[in-house]
Design a protein around this ligand. Sequence first.
Ligand code: UD1
Length: 418
Amino acid sequence: MHKIVVRGGRRLVGEVRVGGSKNAALPILFGGIVTGDVCVFTELPRVSDVLRALEILRCLGARICFLSGGAVRVDYSTVRSACPPAYLCSGIRGSTYLLGAMLTRFGRAVLPGAGGCDLGERPIDQHLLGFAGLGATARTVGESVTVEASLPLVGCEIALAMPSVGATANLMIAAAAAHGKTVIRNAAAEPHVAALADFLCAAGAQIEGVGTSCITVTGVPALHGVHHRIIPDMIEAGTYLCLGAACGGPVRVCAVCPEHLAALCDLLLQMGVRIEQGKDYVTASAPDGYCCANATTGPYPAFPTDLHPQLTALFAVADRNGEGSVTETVFSSRFRYAEELRRMGADVSVKGNTVKVTPKKLRAATLRAPDLRGGAALLIAALATNGKSEITNAAQIARGYEHLEQKLRGIGADVCIY
Ligand code: UD1
């Protein structure tokens, strides 16, 4: 997927079935290493970040089989202690989860570099402090990190400096097979952290306090294989809800957990967007238009940083007057999409960690996806704007949106993906 050509300005109407969560799938796929057994995953999204994670596992010796009906079987018994290829690890942020998983299984983990979106500094100091608490030593040479410990790791108390999703997940994975109790304070409460805990517990781990800021992991000598269903992707769902609002709707996202979308739905309601919710669906429509609002991103249950760019795009194409703003508190440099929106004539200005938006009629343009969610934001703006826009570097968007062309066409979008 290199380029998306959009003929925008059409009203989008229909239903989108949301796939499994990328950010839940990655820690679970790598966390599976601790089981040393066979796991079968359903609803594993076929997005490039997940395919890359499977490729990393394959390089480490895992046997992967795509089953009929869409399930994926991973045999972790053949994983060996080795250094995975740098070119694969540096493509995805989730490769950091190899550290916790390989450390607790083999006493040694090497990560030749981790990638993901360029959102400013993304240190892993909290992961490493936690591993040190569990008895490991870390060595960093350039991009490469090696952590080593004699097994078993020993449970400890860790207070994270911030509720980091990555550090919470990595330490839960490492502590699952440690000796004794590990307490993670200031833990992240994101649904994908809870999903990892559900997976580990089904595999025999003992984890309490999930969804609160204090998670306790009581280590067990061994985990075992499980069948696991990946939770719905709240960011994919949120992106289509923004699209429903920007392009009139109604757009219904189904097979979702509405409670994961509460912060977005509250904000959309404030903006005058109509929201209808059922047990496993949410519908957004804006037949009479909508106005901007002010949002601040933060750790769950606050407004998710991964929906910040899409929200800015939604503000930029609002049809009622009045300024809006998004204040970003999680990642310092999540504004690279703003310059691209300006190519469409958008009135967006970034000062410090806040982007201010005054809605305007935009014009079609050629744009470059700066990162995954920034690319999704451009797609929303292009679909809401009359004329032919092109989005290059679309591989960024493919990292997180499954069956994008099919889903967009299903709600009436005129898009071609090359
Ligand atoms: C994960 C998600 C990403 C999402 C983010 C926040 C994956 C693969 N990625 O990223 O899509 O935007 O959660 O919901 O799941 N930090 C440190 N030191 C650390 C760890 C984090 O300073 O050791 C900082 C980060 O730079 C950032 C903040 O803490 O400013 C939050 O990061 P974190 O929650 O860890 O995000 P990721 O796990 O990288």
